[in-house]
Design a protein around this ligand. Structure first.
Ligand code: NAD
Length: 315
């Protein structure tokens, strides 16, 4: 019998289990409903969630013993942070686990847009040989604009530079711009300056009141005609109606989107547009990223239970 009890409420790599079992009894209840969670949460000292479980006030209200919530990933928008704070519950996440997975997907999406890979494949499967229609462009020698120069933005820049792209970055924060510049990349101090010069634009910012609909009709109008856009950040940072308009006018030549304002978005005009490559929020969906997230969050939750110093304390 261990001192603590931990509940896992969403799918989590099994790599977490031995780390947690060193100090706690572990119940893997992946897929548990919100109603059932509210009934049983009172018996647990720690909960580990991914994005599916909504840790809302009513569940936290019932979580009389809960000391820590671990989010196996980055975004904590599914956790009511102020309700958790009021109850003295610590929230930790695993922000670095998916960096490489998202960076690699971003590069893949850039190639997919530049060379029409999904359309070529769909054509083959439909018995069509679209060779003449699918003349693409090369990434080499093109300018890539990166908005958000944190972990993922920097990893994308490093990979794009290795492909022969010229990289220029923008971040709202001086320290992030300075760190990016020390790696030898160009930086600009306004979005307008970025928009003017880039052939490809990739977003790596969180969704905040400042970034909601950051790319709107006005922003698209300031970009080079024929710009190509990649977004594996968060749904909501692009005004999707404005993007559809920009695709239809040709101002934006192509877009690859892994995230949507509403998920799943269904077969919308944007998703169905021939110059859009759409993926179902698979940025962090690699075996390696999921294993890392499980190990990182289990280690962090154990540290929180033991009252040790935390690496990734959200609150
Ligand atoms: P990070 O915190 O390391 O970097 C984010 C950067 O955005 C920071 O440098 C910050 O200064 C900058 N920023 C914040 N507000 C800004 C603004 N208004 N204008 C310009 N820059 C601004 O985060 P990260 O680990 O690099 O992750 C970046 C994004 O990727 C996050 O939004 C995260 O949710 C998303 N993400 C998506 C997936 C996926 O599955 N597609 C997976 C993981 C992360």
């Amino acid at each position: 019998m261990s001192d603590w009890k931990v509940i896992i409420t969403d799918g989590l790599s099994k790599k977490a289990i031995p780390i947690l079992e060193e100090v706690a009894d572990v119940d893997d209840r992946g897929g548990i409903s919100a109603e059932e969670l509210a009934q049983v949460i009172g018996g647990y000292d720690a909960a580990i969630v991914r994005g599916r479980t909504k840790m809302r006030a009513n569940i936290l209200e019932a979580a009389k013993k809960l000391k820590v919530i671990g989010r196996a990933g980055v975004g904590v928008d599914n956790i009511d942070l102020s309700a958790a704070q009021q109850r003295g519950i610590t929230v930790v996440n695993a922000p670095t686990a998916s960096t490489l997975a998202v960076a690699e997907l971003t590069i893949g999406l850039m190639f997919a847009v530049a060379r029409f890979i999904p359309r070529a494949d769909a054509g083959m499967k439909a018995g069509q040989w679209l060779k003449k229609q699918l003349k693409g462009t090369e990434l080499n020698g093109k300018t890539l604009g990166v908005i958000g120069l944190g972990r993922i933005g920097t990893a994308v820049a490093e990979r794009a530079a290795a492909l022969g792209m010229d990289v220029v970055g923008y971040d709202a924060f001086d320290a992030a711009r300075a760190a990016f510049a020390t790696k030898g990349f160009a930086v600009v101090d306004s979005l307008d300056a970025l928009y003017r010069q880039v052939d490809y634009l990739t977003l790596h910012i969180p969704l905040t009141p400042q970034t909601r609909n950051l790319l709107d009709g006005q922003a698209f109008g300031k970009m080079k005609p024929g710009v190509r856009l990649i977004c594996a950040a968060r749904g909501g940072v692009i005004d999707e109606t404005a993007l559809l308009g920009a695709l239809e006018s040709g101002q934006v030549a192509g877009a690859a989107l892994d995230v949507f304002a509403e998920e799943p978005p269904g077969p919308t005009a944007l998703v169905s547009h021939p110059n859009v490559v759409a993926t179902p929020h698979i940025g962090a969906q690699t075996k390696e990223a999921q294993d890392r997230a499980a190990v990182d969050i289990a280690t962090e939750v154990v540290a929180a239970l033991k009252g040790e110093t935390l690496r990734w304390k959200v609150i």
